[in-house]
Design a binder for this molecule. Structure first.
Ligand code: KG4
Ligand code: ZN
Length: 333
């Protein structure tokens, strides 16, 4: 049996978790700062770092207590060292290093993206090769995983991430940050009347682009305002969500055709999207040998348990961080 103490602080959630064997959560403490950032319409890096400092040591105590373990039971410390906001990453990284050093434990540098994908381990064992669709506020990528711990990016967004585009159009409609969940709920109440563009849907790459969709949405909204016309927000939400989901599903299907896999993993904050989950489940009917493994709703957003799930793999594979390990804001895997 192994116990990993995991840290996540890449954006606006401070989180510490204890994970057993990489696939069982003993505790997963998450302190969200959303309220502090809401009035700015997005994350303010300096504010985020300060909140991480205030919370991280308290969360360590809570994570150990909730798991019913002490430092003496822990085998390794896994920590997100990128990608993310450098000031935020440094808080979790410094806390993790300090604890690892003080308790003579190995430090396991872990990618936030690997964490989002490996959260699928809490659903069931991952079978390889696998494909992952990673959709979050900062990333939109299709990742081929030929074997445990190996991540090959097939394609990614060339501009905005899917979650970012939700948040930006949400802001135009006056929806509080982060807007994804609210737009998802509204999308069930409207009709696809606007037929927004689906950029790069049929092209030859696995890349995505969401900035044109965002602009089309904002132009539609403001043009109507100038005519003193109020558009139906639910219809806007439905039309927007359909456009996002169509492109994500189309590219995922293309990747599955060209890279047959045993499982399709879905991770990242936007993995909570009900339209996306339903559309991918439907599309998978064409691939009877591929099992759909979306991460559980409550583990789609940022949390440290997912870092424990990925970190346990890297720890077993012998990856170790030195005491001079630095944060890497643009790390991939
Ligand atoms: O993974 P995450 O918690 O943080 C990053 O690593 O970016 O993702 C946050 C993003 C936000 O943009 C938020 O609006 C989006 O996930 N999100 C959703 C939904 N729930 C959260 N987007 C669409 N539909 C949802 N249900
Ligand atoms: Zn994330």
């Amino acid at each position: 049996m192994s116990l990993i103490l995991a840290f996540e602080s890449s954006a606006d959630e401070t989180s510490v978790a204890v994970v057993k064997d990489g696939d069982t959560i003993l505790s997963n403490e998450i302190a969200t700062q959303i309220k502090s950032h809401q009035r700015f319409g997005g994350i303010v890096p300096e504010v985020a770092s300060r909140h991480h400092i205030e919370r991280v040591t308290i969360l360590v105590d809570e994570a150990l207590a909730d798991a019913g373990v002490t430092f003496a039971d822990i085998d390794a410390v896994a920590v997100t060292y990128g990608p993310g906001l450098v000031g935020s990453l440094l808080i979790g990284l410094t806390a993790a290093k300090t604890i690892a050093w003080a308790h003579n434990l190995p430090l396991v540098p872990t990618s936030h993206l690997a964490g989002h994908i490996m959260a699928a381990r809490f659903v069931k064992p991952i079978e390889y090769p696998a494909l992952a669709l990673l959709v979050s506020g900062g990333h939109t990528e299709l990742v081929y995983i030929p074997a445990e711990g190996v991540f090959q990016v097939l394609g990614e967004t060339r501009d905005d991430a899917a979650g970012e585009s939700y948040d930006k159009v949400g802001r135009v409609m006056g929806i509080k940050y982060p807007a994804g969940k609210t737009i998802d709920e509204m999308a069930h109440l409207g009709n696809d009347t606007f037929k927004f563009p689906r950029a790069m849907e049929k092209d030859d790459t696995y890349d995505f682009s969401f900035s044109g969709l965002k602009s089309a949405f904002i132009n539609t909204f403001h043009n109507a305002e100038q005519r003193d016309e109020v558009l139906n927000h639910n219809d806007l939400a439905t039309s927007f969500q359909n456009a996002v989901v169509d492109v994500l599903v189309e590219k995922t299907v293309k990747a599955l055709r060209e890279h047959p896999v045993k499982q399709l993993l879905l991770g990242g904050g936007v993995a909570a999207n009900s339209g996306l989950r339903a559309a991918l489940a439907d599309a998978l009917a064409q691939f009877p040998d591929t099992e759909f493994v979306p991460v559980p709703l409550k583990l789609a957003g940022d949390n440290a348990a997912m870092i424990g799930a990925a970190g346990e793999i890297f720890w077993r594979q012998g990856r170790r961080g030195s005491w001079d390990l630095n944060a890497d804001p643009s790390l991939e895997f």
